[in-house]
Structure formats: structure tokens, C-alpha cells
Design a protein around this ligand. Structure first.
Ligand code: ADP
Length: 297
């Protein structure tokens, strides 16, 4: 058996402080191997800040990030050559066609001129936009624009693909399509997908990192996180008028209408009520459970 290769991305004792003194990341350690890593956390957790540091757009305040052993703050060009990044606020030139826009970005990124036309066609095909390559981006849906965003991130065939909250604003069908696309692209790459929506990563991530308040709360596989919530999840059906009180007093991970009331998923160390039943945790429950520990610290 060949030995497991060392993780190409290592984050060591990383902290980041904004100029106004706000500590967005505190003492983060993480080693990531190829596959899809879901970076999950509530708004304000520090995900985008981390993505920007990995994309060499911000430098760590302390600590370091190594890409194949090279410190990315000291030698950013080494990771940049192998990096694709789809930022949260990715904008397109609406007057250009998809192909024109990608050719423009390929030139900006310094791809050899002779390879640009072919590589643009390959990337458009990869994201399923070959048919509409000559259409103006102004006429594209949100999901199609996000796919253009992925296409531009793929131009240099990156080994590290960083995608920040890519499903915000997409409708359910587009979300699903986008998830499938990322799964297809993973392969030998390391894809880091940040999101605050559990279902974005449930089916596709090989590992999951959870951040809250600038700190890493969990890293591992989904099954491991779900196992942590075992014995702490309850189904409880209540009358609809009691919903507000139940929400105020418990960590509710989901709710659905049922005949005669509302069925709640409660995350709690102890049984919330004599008429509640133990339930099998899913990833959403486990995530709520992890963040609930956070709130009661
Ligand atoms: P996330 O992507 O998880 O929503 P961010 O990385 O955007 O989180 O933000 C982490 C924290 O840093 C938040 O508390 C946010 O308010 C703060 N923050 C983000 N950008 C700045 C900035 N330019 N200056 C000061 N604080 C910032």
C-alpha cells in the first residue's frame, strides 16, 4: 500500500484581526486533503475572511498557511498558479457574452494567448454553458452567472478551488445543479466550499469544518459530527399556538406542520417534555447541537 500523501493545505495557528481591532479568526489549525471540504458556520463566523486569506487577498495577522509546504503569504505566486477563487461578490460584465468575458479574464490571468480560446471552450463545457456561450451575461439567470464564476475559477485548471457562499440567491433547482457541478469537479482537487446552509454540503462534502466566532468548532467527516448529536435530538409535536414559547425555550433545528399541530426537532441534552420522542440526528441537528454548546458556554 502506498502511504497517504501529506495534506497539501496546512493552516497553522492562524489569527486575523481587522484594522479596527476586530478578531475575525482566532488560532485556527487545519490540514486539508483533496475532495470537497464544506466550511460551515453562521454569518460572521469568519468564513469569508479565511477564504480571502487562502486566496492570498489578505495576510494572516499571526500564524501561517502552507500550500505544499510553501508559506502563501511569503510566496503567494506559488499558490496563485494553482488557485481558482469564486468570491462571494463575484460580478460580471453584463454587456459581454460568456465567451468574451472568460477570454478577457483568461488574458488578465496571464494564460498563454494560444491556449485561451480552447481553454475557454473547455471551461464553458465543464459548467454546462457551451450552448449559450455567445449570449450576453446580462440575460443569464443567477445560477448561470454562478456557473460562469466557476468557469473563470477553472481557467488555470486549479488544484485548489475556493468557492465562497456560491448558492446565495439561487433557486432550489439551481442550487442542486450547482452542487452536482462541484461534486463533478472535485476529483484530485481540493474544493473548499463555504456556506451557512447545511444542505449545500450534506450530500457532497468529504469532510466538514465548522467555524463560529472566528474559531474552529469541529473538523472531520459528517458521520462523526452527526454521531456527536446522538441521544440529544427529540421529536416533539405541540399545538401551533405554543410554537413561539417552544422556540424561546429550546434549540429548534427544524419544524414542520402535521395534523393537529407542529412537529419540532429539538436539540437538548435532556428530554424536553414527557411527550417528546428520541430521534435519529441528521447533519442539520448536529450543526444546531454544536452551535448550541457554543451559546451556552
Ligand atoms: P462569514 O463569512 O462567516 O459571514 P466574515 O469573515 O465575513 O464572516 O466576518 C467575520 C467577522 O469579521 C464578522 O464579525 C464581521 O463583522 C467582521 N468583519 C468582516 N469584514 C470586516 C472589516 N472589513 N472590518 C472589520 N470587521 C470585519
Amino acid at each position: 500500500m502506498s502511504p497517504t500523501p501529506a495534506p497539501p493545505l496546512r493552516i497553522e495557528a492562524l489569527s486575523y484581526r481587522y484594522p479596527n481591532g476586530h478578531r475575525a479568526i482566532e488560532n485556527l489549525d487545519l490540514a486539508l486533503s483533496p475532495g470537497i471540504v464544506g466550511l460551515l458556520g453562521p454569518n460572521g463566523a469568519g468564513k469569508s475572511t479565511l477564504m480571502r486569506i487562502l486566496a492570498t487577498l489578505a495576510r494572516p495577522s499571526t500564524g501561517r498557511v502552507l500550500w505544499n509546504g510553501v508559506d502563501i503569504a511569503l510566496t503567494p505566486d506559488a499558490v496563485r498558479a494553482e488557485l481558482g477563487y469564486l468570491p462571494q461578490d463575484f460580478g460580471v460584465y453584463t454587456a459581454l457574452s460568456a465567451a468574451e468575458f472568460l477570454r478577457f479574464l483568461a488574458a488578465v490571468k496571464g494564460l498563454p494567448a494560444a491556449t485561451i480560446a480552447e481553454r475557454v471552450d473547455e471551461c464553458l463545457a465543464l459548467v454546462g454553458l457551451a450552448e449559450v456561450r455567445e449570449r450576453r451575461l446580462g440575460d443569464f439567470s443567477g445560477g448561470m452567472r454562478q456557473r460562469v464564476g466557476i468557469a473563470q475559477a477553472l481557467l488555470n485548471d486549479p488544484k485548489l478551488l475556493i468557492v465562497d457562499e456560491p448558492t446565495v440567491g439561487l433557486d432550489p433547482e439551481e442550487r442542486l445543479r450547482f452542487r452536482h457541478l462541484l461534486t463533478d469537479l472535485a476529483g484530485e482537487r481540493l474544493v473548499i466550499l463555504s456556506t451557512h446552509i447545511v444542505s449545500d454540503i450534506e450530500a457532497s462534502a468529504s469532510a466538514i469544518a465548522v467555524m463560529a466566532q472566528g474559531q474552529l468548532r469541529f473538523y472531520g467527516d459528517i458521520e462523526h459530527l452527526v454521531a456527536q448529536a446522538q441521544g440529544k435530538v427529540w421529536d416533539w409535536t405541540i399545538a401551533a399556538e405554543l410554537l413561539a414559547a417552544a422556540r424561546a425555550g429550546h434549540h429548534v433545528s427544524s419544524s414542520r406542520r402535521v395534523p393537529g399541530g407542529v412537529q419540532l426537532r429539538i436539540v437538548s441534552e435532556t428530554r424536553p417534555s414527557a411527550d417528546s420522542e428520541p430521534a435519529m440526528p441528521d447533519l442539520e441537528d448536529a450543526y444546531v447541537c454544536l452551535l448550541a454548546q457554543d451559546k451556552t458556554r
